[in-house]
Design a protein around this ligand. Structure first.
Ligand SMILES: Nc1ncnc2c1ncn2[C@@H]1O[C@H](COP(=O)(O)OP(=O)(O)O)[C@@H](O)[C@H]1O
Ligand SMILES: [Mg+2]
Length: 317
C-alpha cells in the first residue's frame, strides 16, 4: 500500500507536538487520519476542529485520495462481491449478502448466533457465484475457541457439498492473545494470496483486548492497538477484494471502560472502523432478529432468521 514509508510528519501542518497528540489518541498511520472525521479527531486529541479538518484533508491529499468521479467510484463498486448468509431475508436486508471491500460487524449477547453465522459464511464463500458464494476459501481466526469443524460438516452436508473438501478450504487459527491476533492479521496483509481467500473472519475481535487492557488507564493503548488492527483489516478487504466479518459482544452489565450498559465493546474505534454493523438478538426458539444500523447505504431495518442443524436459513411459513 501507498503509505509504506510515509509517516504522520509527512502530512502538511503536523509538527512534533501534534504528532505526539495524534499518536497518543491512536492515529498511527496517515491512512487512519485520512479516513477519520475531523470531529472524531478533535474529541480524541483536544486539537481544534479547524486543525483536525486541515489534517484530514492533507492526509487525504498525501495518499492521493482526492476526487474520483462518481463514475469511477461506481466502477470500483462493481467489483464488490456478495456472500449469501443462508437466509434470503437477511441477504436482501444487506442488499445481496455480506460485501467484500468492507468490514461487517456482528454484534450481540452470548448465544445470539454470531458464531453460527461465521460458520455458515465460511462455507458459503466457497460456493460458486450463482449459488451465493465467491468460489473462494475462508480464513477463520478464533479467539474464544468456539469454532467447530463438526458444525462445518453439518452445514456442508445440507448444501450437498463434500464435507472434507469444505473443511480443507477453511484456514483456521486460534489467536491466543491480542498481540498474536494483531500479528496474524498483519501477516495476512502479505500472505493473503496464498490462501485464495475472499473471506476473513475474526470471532471475536474484542475479547482479548477487553481482558488484557482493563480499566481506564489502559484505554489509550487499547484504542491504538485496536485502531491499527482494524485498519489492517480494511487494507486486506480492499487489496484483495475480500469480505471481513468480525464479531463483537454486548455486555449487559456496565462496561468498565465506557460505563455504557448494553453497548458493544470497543467504543468508537470499532464503531467507526466497521463499514456495516449488524445487531443480533434472540427471538422465539431458534429464531434470531437481526438489525442493520449506522449503514451508509441501508435504511435501518431488521429481519428474522432461524438457526437449524444445517446452519442459517429463513424462517419457514
Ligand atoms: N446444530 C444446531 N442446531 C440448531 N441450533 C444450533 C445448533 N448449534 C447451535 N445452535 C444455536 O446457536 C446458538 C449459539 O449461537 P452462537 O453463534 O454460538 O452464539 P454467539 O452469538 O455467542 O456466538 C445456540 O443457542 C443454539 O440455539
Ligand atoms: Mg460466539
Amino acid at each position: 500500500m501507498k503509505e509504506k514509508g510515509i509517516t504522520l510528519r509527512d502530512i502538511e501542518g503536523i509538527g512534533p507536538a501534534t504528532e505526539a497528540k495524534l499518536k497518543e489518541a491512536g492515529y498511527l498511520t496517515v491512512e487512519s487520519l485520512a479516513f477519520a472525521s475531523a470531529k472524531e479527531i478533535e474529541e480524541a486529541t483536544g486539537l481544534s476542529y479547524e486543525k483536525a479538518l486541515e489534517i484530514t484533508e492533507n492526509a487525504r491529499k498525501l495518499l492521493g485520495i482526492g476526487f474520483m468521479t462518481a463514475e469511477e467510484f461506481y466502477k470500483k463498486r462493481q467489483d464488490v462481491g456478495y456472500i449469501s448468509t443462508g437466509s434470503k431475508a437477511l441477504d436482501s436486508l444487506l442488499g445481496g449478502g455480506i460485501e467484500t471491500q468492507a468490514i461487517t460487524e456482528l454484534i450481540g449477547e452470548f448465544g445470539t448466533g454470531k458464531t453460527q453465522l461465521c460458520h455458515q459464511l465460511a462455507v458459503n464463500v466457497q460456493l460458486p457465484k450463482d449459488k451465493g458464494g465467491l468460489g473462494a476459501n475462508a480464513i477463520y481466526i478464533d479467539t474464544e475457541g468456539t469454532f467447530r469443524p463438526e458444525r462445518i460438516i453439518q452445514i456442508a452436508k445440507h448444501l450437498n457439498l463434500d464435507p472434507n473438501e469444505t473443511l480443507k478450504r477453511i484456514y483456521y487459527t486460534r489467536a491466543y492473545n491480542s498481540d498474536h491476533q494483531i500479528l496474524i492479521v498483519e501477516e495476512l496483509l502479505e500472505k493473503m494470496p496464498k490462501f485464495n481467500a475472499r473471506l476473513l473472519i475474526v470471532d471475536s475481535i474484542v475479547s482479548h483486548f477487553r481482558s488484557e487492557y482493563p480499566g481506564r488507564e489502559n484505554l489509550v493503548v487499547r484504542q491504538q492497538r485496536l485502531n491499527k488492527h482494524i485498519h489492517d483489516m480494511h487494507r486486506i478487504s480492499n487489496l484483495y477484494n475480500a469480505a471481513v466479518v468480525v464479531t463483537n459482544q454486548i455486555v449487559a452489565s456496565p462496561d468498565v471502560f465506557f460505563g455504557n450498559p448494553n453497548k458493544p465493546v470497543g467504543g468508537n474505534i470499532v464503531a467507526h472502523g466497521c463499514t456495516y454493523r449488524l445487531m443480533l438478538r434472540k427471538g422465539r426458539e431458534n429464531q434470531r432478529i437481526i438489525k442493520i444500523f449506522d449503514s451508509p447505504i441501508h435504511p435501518e431495518s431488521e429481519t428474522v432468521f432461524t438457526i437449524y442443524e444445517g446452519g442459517i436459513r429463513d424462517v419457514e411459513g
